[in-house]
Write a protein that binds this ligand. Structure first.
Ligand SMILES: O=C(O)CCC(=O)C(=O)O
Ligand SMILES: [Fe+2]
Length: 201
C-alpha cells in the first residue's frame, strides 16, 4: 500500500492550521464525461458580478448557485439567490456527503471556459457560511492546478484537480489559508467546479 498516497483520505495536505483532503478521481471517466456535459448544458449559468471600489466588474467566468431553499448569499458586495436543486445536483451532493461524511445545503458552481479564466486568492469565510464548515469541491473537465497560501507565513501547497475528482476543505482552513485557481496557458478546454457548502440563517 502507498502510505502517503494523496488519495488516502487520512492524509492532510496542509502542514498546519486547517484540513484539506484530496480523494482523487471519484467518478469513472464515462460518468464524469456525462456529468460535465450535463453541467455545461443544463445549469443556469450567469456572468459573475463583483463590486470592487464601487465599480461593477463582470467576469468571464460564469457562476450558478443552488440550494435547499431560495437562500440569499452575499459575496463580493453582490447578493445572489439560490435555485432549487436538480436531480443530477442532488446525485452529486449525495456522493460528496457520503465520501466526506459531512452534510451541505447549497452549492456554488463555477464555469471556466478555458485556462485564461481562474479565481484569485481568497478564502470562503463569508458571514452567511457556517463557521469552520466543510466545503466539498468536485471538478469536471480540464485538469487545473489549485493552490493554498498561508495568510501569515505565505507557505504554499498546490495540487492538480483532475476530471471527476473530489477535494474537501475543513476545520480552520478558511481562517488561516487563502486558495486560488491560477490561470494557465496549458488549457483551452472548459472546467466546471462545484463547491458544496453550508449556509446558516
Ligand atoms: O474552481 C475551483 O476549484 C475553486 C473555486 C472556489 O474557490 C470557490 O468557488 O470559492
Ligand atoms: Fe473558494
Amino acid at each position: 500500500m502507498d502510505l502517503f498516497s494523496s488519495t488516502d483520505e487520512t492524509t492532510n495536505l496542509l502542514p498546519q492550521d486547517g484540513i484539506v483532503h484530496y480523494y482523487g478521481v471519484v467518478f469513472p471517466k464515462t460518468e464524469a464525461d456525462r456529468f460535465l456535459q450535463y453541467l455545461l448544458e443544463h445549469i443556469e449559468w450567469k456572468n459573475d458580478e463583483a463590486v470592487i471600489f464601487g465599480k461593477l466588474i463582470v467576469t468571464k467566468r460564469k457562476v450558478a448557485w443552488y440550494g435547499d431553499r431560495a437562500f440569499e448569499y452575499t459575496y463580493s458586495n453582490t447578493t445572489k439567490r439560490a435555485l432549487p436543486w436538480t436531480k443530477e445536483l442532488l446525485e452529486l451532493k449525495k456522493v460528496v456527503e457520503t465520501k466526506t461524511g459531512e452534510t451541505y445545503n447549497s452549492c456554488l458552481l463555477n464555469l471556466y471556459h478555458d485556462g485564461s479564466e481562474g479565481m484569485a486568492w481568497h478564502s470562503d469565510a463569508e458571514r452567511d457560511l457556517k463557521k469552520n464548515g466543510a466545503i466539498g469541491s468536485l471538478s469536471f473537465g480540464s485538469e487545473r492546478k489549485f493552490a493554498f497560501k498561508h495568510k501569515k507565513s505565505s507557505e504554499t501547497v498546490s495540487l492538480l484537480l483532475e476530471h471527476g475528482s473530489l477535494l474537501v476543505m475543513k476545520g480552520e482552513t478558511q481562517k488561516h489559508w487563502l486558495h486560488r485557481l491560477p490561470p494557465t496557458k496549458l488549457s483551452n478546454k472548459p472546467r466546471v467546479n462545484l463547491t458544496f457548502r453550508t449556509i446558516v440563517e
